[in-house]
Design a protein around this ligand. Structure first.
Ligand code: ATR
Length: 274
């Protein structure tokens, strides 16, 4: 029987995961089927049960099911446990292993594709929701000199910094509290503001010394965050398309034991930031 994989979400029509994984399978000569499944809200477990009965080997999980998947899993790997969400599951007999590759995908994109190694760098992370939480462990493991989380609701940044304090040096701040924004080398937007085209309460001095402004969202063009970064003269501005492909490559390697090359797939999916 062909090994089956899928991405599950609602809606799911927009998902690039089938295209990405089929390209990886072709490139590495792996025989597998990768489809997209739309599950009704509240129906995650029943749909996944049925997929497993048909011989499924793994799943990617996207909105709004990352928490459902977290609860469905029987074995949470560290990154999923700390992120409080999972974006990939592997079915091994009765065991449902859950990992989260979003953060490591971000890190690979920054360090390898954008060419900015994080050790010794000063990193500013905007936002304290699910996306920021998923990015924190890999970011801290990269040993930046400093990692500051800022959030509109300061309390959330504070509790995130506390939760991850044992993994590295991380401190919380607020948009109105940060006195020295210009000190940061890399500024990452992990808020959901860009999904709605909203501007963040940041000024150009956030980017005075930045060599990279990174937008986690992708396919939104030049968001208000990226526009401000570009106007401020940041050398590199990018959206999260590389992160998307890199997290897929991590999942593929986990499932199939072979890591695909990502550059051609990223190039295919990249939309110019205008
Ligand atoms: P996601 O899963 O995409 O991370 P989330 O968990 O709802 O979504 O978190 C959204 C994040 O974006 C939060 O940090 C939110 O700030 P608050 O905690 O203060 O709500 C942040 N956010 C959303 N819109 C924003 C805006 N217009 N300005 C600043 N921060 C914003």
């Amino acid at each position: 029987m062909t090994d089956r994989y899928a991405v599950i979400g609602n809606p799911i029509g927009h998902s690039k995961s089938p295209l990405i994984h089929r390209a990886f399978a072709q490139q590495t000569g792996q025989e597998l089927e990768y489809t997209a499944i739309e599950a009704p809200e509240g129906g995650f477990a029943a749909v996944v049960d049925a997929f497993r009965h048909k011989g499924a080997r793994g799943l990617n999980i996207t909105a709004p099911f990352k928490l459902d998947a977290f609860c469905y899993a029987t074995k949470l790997l560290d990154r999923a446990r700390l992120a409080g969400a999972t974006n990939a599951m592997s079915f091994v007999g009765d065991v449902v292993e859950a990992d989260n590759f979003d953060g490591v995908g971000l890190l690979r994109d920054i360090e390898y594709n954008q060419g900015i190694p994080l050790p010794g760098k000063r990193v500013l992370l905007l936002g304290s929701g699910g996306a920021a939480r998923g990015a924190l462990l890999p970011l801290l493991e990269a040993r930046p000199a400093e990692l500051v989380i800022i959030n509109r609701t300061f309390e959330k940044a504070r509790s995130l910094a506390e939760a991850f304090g044992s993994y590295g040096s991380v401190i919380a701040s607020g948009y109105d509290r940060l006195k020295d924004a210009e000190r940061y080398d890399v500024v990452i937007n992990a808020t959901s503001a860009s999904l709605r085209g909203e501007a963040l309460p940041v000024s150009a001095n956030f980017f005075s010394n930045a060599s990279l402004a990174y937008e986690l969202a992708y396919g939104k063009g030049l968001t208000p965050f990226l526009r401000l970064a570009r106007e401020s003269g940041v050398a590199r501005v990018c959206d999260g398309v590389g992160m998307l492909v890199e997290q897929a490559a991590e999942a593929f390697a986990w499932w199939r034991g072979v890591r695909p090359a990502t550059a051609a797939v990223i190039a295919k999916l990249t939309v110019p930031l205008t």
